[in-house]
Design a protein around this ligand. Structure first.
Ligand code: NAD
Length: 497
């Protein structure tokens, strides 16, 4: 059994703390390995290695860094299948979905390879006689990334590619449930010509995160996970003087207008609510139907499709949904289904009845549809993060938009309609960070940026795109005079003439 330890300064290091987490195969329910949880000394070793590497890496030419990133991108393409199999095995999402998620991470590596253009500063020539002003974007130093279980390759790539290409060195602390990919990413970076110490990995839990948050040598922290932890990480990191972006949970609404093409809506919902067993921060978990007729017709189309979902072990091809990540998480989702029922919602389909023949110990659930959900219900206010779709019925577009805007989470939302004016008003005014129009999961491509609003994100910068570049750099501005003329002493506020 290969146990995950740490990856420091270009080498695997076994963990010495004596504390371990178990990793299970969600399709079989069997434990297949362990991950060591770092102690303070191991975290410090990683920080020290990253700090030493920063001196030479930040002084390495930007062309060289971007060429290493381009070679890393090619390595990622070469190993896309292997990485996807690791994602699928540890997380439980089906292999085709895992392939897509790895690709979305590779796209960030591709974008980052353009750093010589992206990291350019500004220049103003001759703002006064012989005086020029220019600015440059400098790396921050050693940065930390803390990632969730649900995108074991993509989210670590969001963070590491943008951080490293801009001249920082990084310590990634992957989810202890799905860590395997991050170790492979670090190895592939070395194979691509990356220097040791630039990309480090620490296996660990809250203890390792706290050690990173308290160390003065860590200059920035990027976190993605649940809202309560995102908020506490943000508070602690910023209190300790670090730059921090902390993305949290979500409850993404899809507004279905009476004029929408309901077959297209159903296609969108099938992938967006049940793909990855609903364990996506951009999953559609609420369909807000304008008019009872819209809701009734949509349920008629969805019911046979959801009960016929092709569910099975994640590495088998041709399936639509695999198991949930852990036994505990499956139980949490089941508890929310019961809560919805107890709160007075109507279970149109109850996924708890599903049995995966031959894999009874796997963490499977069937697709669930819950109708007549109202905004006072706790099962509506909370993120469920499972293959459950909640249906709400409202009378007007304005009510649908208000409901979406007033929810404490603000990651994504979409509207399905043929009405351009309604779509435009929704996109323009809804209090949500990422909006889809006739698109169910509006995850921006690598050259835009990813980030929600309200309780879905703390901090000022989004992930990747130019926002990511800004997060990982600080601006230095230089004013220079090269003039033969004497200027004399001037005791008033300098004003250029
Ligand atoms: P989580 O918050 O349990 O864990 C995220 C990371 O924080 C892990 O690396 C974990 O080890 C660490 N951690 C756990 N407890 C901690 C503590 N007390 N102090 C410090 N660190 C701690 O999240 P998860 O269950 O792995 O991931 C699912 C959540 O992530 C969902 O809420 C989902 O919506 C969210 N998510 C958000 C986005 C986004 O961009 N907004 C993207 C993906 C996932």
């Amino acid at each position: 059994m290969k146990t995950y330890g740490h990856y420091i300064n270009g080498a695997h290091v076994s963990g010495e703390s004596g504390r371990f987490g178990n990793i299970f195969n969600p399709s079989s329910g069997e434990k297949y390995t362990e991950i060591a949880f770092a102690n303070k000394e191991e975290v410090e070793n990683a920080i020290a290695a990253a700090r030493v590497a920063f001196t030479t890496w930040s002084a390495t030419s930007i062309l060289k860094r971007s060429r290493i990133m381009a070679r890393f991108t090619q390595k990622l393409y070469d190993h896309q299948q292997e990485l996807a199999e690791l994602v699928s095995k540890e997380h439980g999402k089906v292999i085709e979905d895992a392939m897509g998620s790895v690709l979305r991470g590779i796209e960030v590596a591709e974008f980052a390879s353009g750093a010589p253009h992206l990291q350019k500063g500004e220049f103003s020539d001759n703002v006064a006689s012989g005086v020029d002003i220019y600015s440059m974007r400098k790396p921050l130093g050693v940065v930390a990334g803390i990632t969730p279980f649900n995108f074991p390759a993509m989210i670590p790539l969001w963070m590491s590619c943008m951080a490293m290409v801009t001249g920082n060195t990084i310590i990634l602390k992957p989810s202890e449930k799905t860590p395997g990919c991050v170790y492979r990413l670090a190895e592939l970076f070395i194979e691509a010509g990356g220097p040791p110490g630039v990309f480090n990995v620490i296996g660990g839990d809250k203890y390792a995160v706290d050690a990173l948050l308290c160390d003065d040598r860590i200059k920035a922290v990027s976190f993605v996970g649940s809202t309560a932890i995102a908020k506490s990480v943000y508070d602690k990191a910023t209190a300790n003087g670090k730059r921090c972006q902390a993305m949290g949970g979500a409850k993404n609404h899809m507004v279905v207008m009476p004029d929408a093409d309901l077959n297209a809506v159903a296609d969108g919902i099938m992938g967006a609510a049940y793909g990855s067993a609903g364990e996506r921060c951009m999953a559609i978990s609420v369909a807000v139907c304008v008019g009872d007729e819209t809701a009734d017709k949509l349920i008629d189309i969805l019911k046979p499709r959801v009960s016929g979902l092709k569910i099975g072990p994640s590495l088998e091809s041709g399936l639509e949904m695999g198991p949930l990540v852990t036994k505990e998480h499956r139980q949490k989702v089941m508890d929310y289904i019961q809560m919805a029922k107890d709160e007075g919602a109507e279970l149109i389909l109850d996924g708890r009845d599903f049995v995966m023949k031959g894999h009874e110990q796997g963490y499977f659930l069937g697709g669930t549809i819950i109708d007549n959900v109202t905004k006072d219900m706790k099962s509506y206010q909370d993120e469920i993060f499972g293959p459950t779709l909640q249906i709400m019925r409202v009378g007007t577009f304005e009510e649908a938009m208000a409901l979406t805007s007033e929810h404490p989470y603000g990651n994504g939302a979409s509207i399905f309609t043929q009405n351009g004016a309604a779509a435009r008003t929704f996109a323009d005014t809804v209090e949500i960070g990422m909006v889809g129009i006739n698109v169910p999961i509006p995850v921006p491509l690598a050259f835009y940026s990813f980030g929600g609003w309200k309780n879905s994100s703390f901090g000022d910068h989004n992930q990747y795109g130019m926002e990511g570049l800004r997060f990982y750099t600080k601006v230095k501005t230089i004013t220079s005079r090269w003039s033969k003329d004497a200027i004399g002493a001037d005791f008033s506020m300098p004003v250029l003439k």
